[in-house]
Design a protein. Structure first.
Length: 179
């Protein structure tokens, strides 16, 4: 990821099963190196994919996991970290929310630069699709009513968006959520 204004600015983030996030300098790869930042961001193993997006000069990374260091009054199984453009860059927990399951998040935006929504699946939990404001973690879509509950969604499932609709596969069906 590129974090404009940060030194270093060419970064990569690795989420470890050891509960830590490692921010490394992509210009200093090869051999053994010290990360720019190593921070505990989860209270358990991180074993899912992540989604990266930028809001107002900061880069965010969302992942499924029980957040460590969530802002006061927040908790849940969906965590958004913020990488701030400083020298050296900083890594903090921006928000935590409940997606009620173990799905990996994706991020959508109508134009690629604003109004980011982080989508999470209540996989192997409530089996619903959940949407959160990318900057604040506020709930935008809370899974809908009984008609929106899907059949069993497996933890390795991730939603996809193709030409408008969002698709989610379950154990026995394919669901399309229209914008």
């Amino acid at each position: 990821m590129e974090v404009a204004g940060a030194t270093p600015s060419h970064l990569a983030l690795i989420l470890g099963k050891d509960q830590n996030a490692y921010l490394i300098n992509r210009d200093n790869l090869g051999g053994i190196t010290t990360p720019v930042i190593k921070k505990q961001v989860a209270q358990g193993e991180i074993a899912s994919g992540s989604a990266v997006y930028a809001v107002a000069g900061s880069t965010y990374i969302a992942f499924n996991g029980s957040g460590a260091g969530c802002p006061a009054g927040q908790n849940g199984d969906l965590v958004a970290m913020q990488v701030s453009a400083q020298n050296p860059p900083t890594l903090s927990i921006a928000w935590c929310a409940s997606q009620n399951g173990a799905g990996s998040p994706i991020v959508t935006s109508p134009d690629g630069v604003s109004s980011f929504i982080v989508w999470g699946l209540g996989a192997e939990g409530d089996n619903r699709l959940h949407g959160f404001d990318g900057a604040t973690g506020q709930v935008i879509f809370a899974g809908g009513g009984n008609a929106e509950q899907m059949d069993m969604v497996q933890h390795f499932q991730t939603p996809i968006v193709a030409k408008g609709p969002m698709y989610v596969g379950s154990s026995s069906k394919l669901y399309a959520f229209l914008p």
